[in-house]
Design a protein around this ligand. Structure first.
Ligand SMILES: [Zn+2]
Length: 235
């Protein structure tokens, strides 16, 4: 305590202003250096999957924020950003829908039918990679940060997940999480390298607000787009 007694009033305010300014400068620099501009001669195809939709909201907050809406907003931004690069991008859904026919009962059956349709769509367009977008949530609300999952038997899936994770952790203030192996239905049953990006935690009070804001969604989308572009640049 004694050491800081001298910093009072105005000095504290100046320090605060300076630190806010440096964060702003850093975030501008970060944005400027990661524009996705590479142009690809050879056709590369990406299937982006905004998780959930329709009957299935995904995670929900007490304030009524739905994961499915955030997933779609970010997917649309990734598509826009990759557009000029020459990479062809498809979305498994462009609006708030699911792929479960009327009358189908049972939580697991409905989920599986919905996911199977998305997996088929990726195969039908000959996608080179499949990227499923989600927002995480936990009961404790203590975790935050973006993370990526690949199927534990897929080396190329691991490579793609790592390239995206590398970009995600560059976002100012982002918790430095790592890429993890998993055995989730969607990444297990796709015929091309497939990953899940959990862009953050809706259960985190701090992150929940940012996740709904366009500027933050753009940072996430830019990181995902850059990671995908880097995957195709690899020899
Ligand atoms: Zn989800």
């Amino acid at each position: 305590m004694g050491k800081y007694v001298g910093i009072t009033g105005n000095k504290t305010a100046i320090l605060l202003v300076l630190s806010v300014m440096s964060v702003l400068v850093l975030s501008v620099l970060w944005q400027g250096s990661t524009a996705v501009v590479s142009h690809f001669e050879k056709g590369h195809i990406v299937m982006l999957d905004p998780g959930h939709g329709g009957y299935d909201p995904g995670a929900i907050t007490n304030q009524g924020v739905y994961e499915k809406a955030i997933n779609l907003q970010i997917a649309q931004k990734v598509k826009e950003m990759l557009g000029p690069s020459g990479i062809e991008v498809f979305l498994t859904r462009e609006e708030d829908i699911d792929y479960v026919p009327d009358g189908v009962k049972g939580k697991t059956t409905k989920k599986q039918i919905d996911l199977n349709r998305r997996i088929d769509m990726a195969r039908e367009v000959n996608a080179d990679v499949f990227v499923s977008l989600h927002v995480n949530a936990t009961a404790t609300g203590l975790q935050s940060g973006a993370e990526t999952f690949y199927h534990y038997q897929s080396e190329s899936g691991k490579g793609l997940a790592e390239l995206i994770q590398q970009e995600l952790i560059k976002i100012p203030g982002m918790n430095r999480r790592i890429t993890k192996p998993g055995d989730f239905y969607i990444i297990k049953n796709t015929s091309m390298p497939a990953i899940i990006v959990e862009v953050g935690y809706l259960s985190s009070v701090k992150e929940q607000k940012k996740l709904q804001q366009s500027w933050y969604q753009e940072q996430l989308a830019r990181a995902i787009a850059k990671g995908i572009a880097n995957y195709f640049i690899q020899p």
